[in-house]
Write a protein that binds this ligand. Sequence first.
Ligand code: MEV
Length: 438
Amino acid sequence: MTKSKSGFSKLSKDEKIQWILSEYFSGNPRAEKTLKQYWNDNESLQKLHDDFIENTLSNFYLPFAVAPNFRINGKYYTVPMVIEESSVVAAASKAAKFWSKRGGFTTTVLGTEKIGQVHFIYKGDKQKLISFFETIQPKFYENTQSITANMQKRGGGITSITLVDKTSEMEDYFQLHTIFETKDSMGANFINSCLEEFAKTLKEEAQHYISFSEDEKNIEVIMSILSNYVPNCVVRAEVSCKVEELHEDESYARRFVQAVQIAQLEPYRAVTHNKGIMNGIDAVVLATGNDFRAVEAGVHAYASRNGKYASLSSAEIKDGIFRFWLDVPLALGTVGGLTSLHPLVKFSLEMLGNPSAQQLMQIVAAAGLAQNFAALNSLTTTGIQQGHMKMHLMNILNQLEATDEEKRLTTLRFHGRPISHSAVVDFVENLRLRKEQI
Ligand code: MEV
């Protein structure tokens, strides 16, 4: 690109595509075809997707799959998963089935608190600020009545507002630290709207507060925003069984527990361990139209809450019982956002029985624990590559544009044999050579 483009967002979708094609693809019609082949024939459905974000050119497909046999608190679920990584869904399904025969997953919501903060600068007498805050507290609630009315009807709202002195960390820095209950919505819009109203109230009321000097009246709000760190919006998922019901090899349970202990003490391992958990969590979060970036940010902060990045899951053997559990912060919603817009999200939620946010937290946590179990099971026994390459075989075959017959013969050939990219390429090339020679 030689120069910047102004007014791009004002162009029509077709004009945007034409500009991209001429700027980056020398007008190659193949590039246009690539974009357009992912358009949906149903124009209104396409329009719905176009309107989710700005400058939409096409749709970016990810597989939508399901993992059946998730027994959670005695009830069976088929869990929707959206993910590109082969073997994740197979692993989740296998782990779900394994645990369904051993009592299934037990899940408990440990808390549902959401957090938001108004960050502001106040230059003056701290005691006066405390008195001011106490005086105007009711105003924060009064001035947000129109925003909170509906949420209150659903049993949610503002739980508490606290003035926090952060001046030991940054000069003149204070916060309004607020706790919210947002029931079945993730609550980002609700929280941010309340916070912006608090900021307005704070500034306006300061102007009229008689005890403040002129300087003290000039409270400067730096920003008002929810926090994606939700250490009190946590769900626990756990599985347990007698050690002898876990595996025929009696050392299995001990090695499994040691693998978890390693992830608790060694950050390099913990990150990969937790990534495996997020394979399950993100896939369900995406399929149910939730914000996986928010979940990821919150989860990893939580994994560091004791000052060192560590495993989210724990395991123990006590009195002959193997127990494996996961505590994870999940700010999820089953109303609002994409949940009533995206047809596949609606499908996912309906398949899950239209869960409340708390029920969804439990399903998602179970998916995370299942994924973690599957990964540790492979890692501590056969190694990860065996199962992974088996699932990856289809990707290699698709890269090679293998025919159905080539896929069938290759799958047959590699059944129970080690799979490597080069071995598969050699085998398919050989098949093709032999065909040519016939
Ligand atoms: C791969 O996506 C995830 C794993 O690396 C997780 C783990 O190591 O626990 C298999």
